[in-house]
Design a protein around this ligand. Sequence first.
Ligand code: TLP
Length: 345
Amino acid sequence: MEFIDLRSDTVTHPTPQMREAMAKAEVGDDVYGEDPTVNRLQEMGAAMTRKEAGLFVSSGTMGNLAAILAHCGRGDEAILGNKAHTFLFEAGGISALGGVHSCQVDNQPDGSLAIEDIEAAIRPDDAHHPVTRLIALENTHNRCGGTYQMPEYTRQVSGFAHQHGLVVHLDGARIFNAAVAQGVVAKELTAPVDSVTFCLSKGLCAPVGSLLCGSKEFIAKAHHIRKQLGGGMRQAGILAAAGIVALDTMVDRLAEDHARARNLAEGLKQVKGLVVDAGSPATNMVFLSLAEAVPFTAEQVVEKMKTLGVRISAVSERRFRLVTHYWIEAEGVEKTIAAFREVLQ
Ligand code: TLP
């Protein structure tokens, strides 16, 4: 890659092994369910999340959207965190396309939703109110700092939801980061929920695609919705082949990205003018801010860093997010620390 690109793990290119698998992929028409490579990927995803079935979708956004539309009807309400990706960054798709009303409860600093807050948000059985149907969790939690929640928490929320006749959808875009960070298998984090989306094209480096997993009945509904959204793909095995390599080879190595993120944070703490968030990083995201005395905005720093060959994201006026991934090596971490030092000295 030309730049040290820490803007996101979505910038990752496919690995040479993925490109080879893509070139050789057996394909068929997936709208007819006849692409053997897509079918294999969907089975792998279902097994890894302990679900009956999987559905290959073009993006995490489409996975979350199809899931919420499959679970909820028009005018139903979904409980989301106020910092949830689905609430903040998915273009309001659940409302625009599904007529689903959302109710936001505060995310806790670790990205979880407090059970008391969820309970308080459930609507009474009254014609004035929408009907509460769904609780959405996010693990790892992007805007809460790449933080992760534990299997016990997921079991608690799902148990509570089911007692109240609600379903739980998990935005597990980076579920394997959450699993690797706490030394558990992803299944432990996904088995309790009704549906889960996870992404192949973030830290796992596949070029395109996510998987939505759940019961056979739920996936049949989501399949129909994917078609309505224009997301039925044809010889998608070319893409799925990279996803299979991603699941086979890229999960365990995420620990390396977390270690690099820790090194990056340690180095940045020594740079005058930067304040790294306490506890950051939990996984592969480092969040940091400009100290008060710094006379630049985050955007100005982003531009200056770019001229030094390092790309980073400003997430607010004085705050940044830096994300490590497969294509960031130790040298890239050093170069980033040196570039910040040069910009802020
Ligand atoms: N997140 C992107 C941006 O949209 C912010 C990023 O760079 O992190 N859930 C979560 C938790 C995500 O972080 C993302 C992407 C998605 C869903 C959506 O995935 P895509 O981009 O595949 O639609």
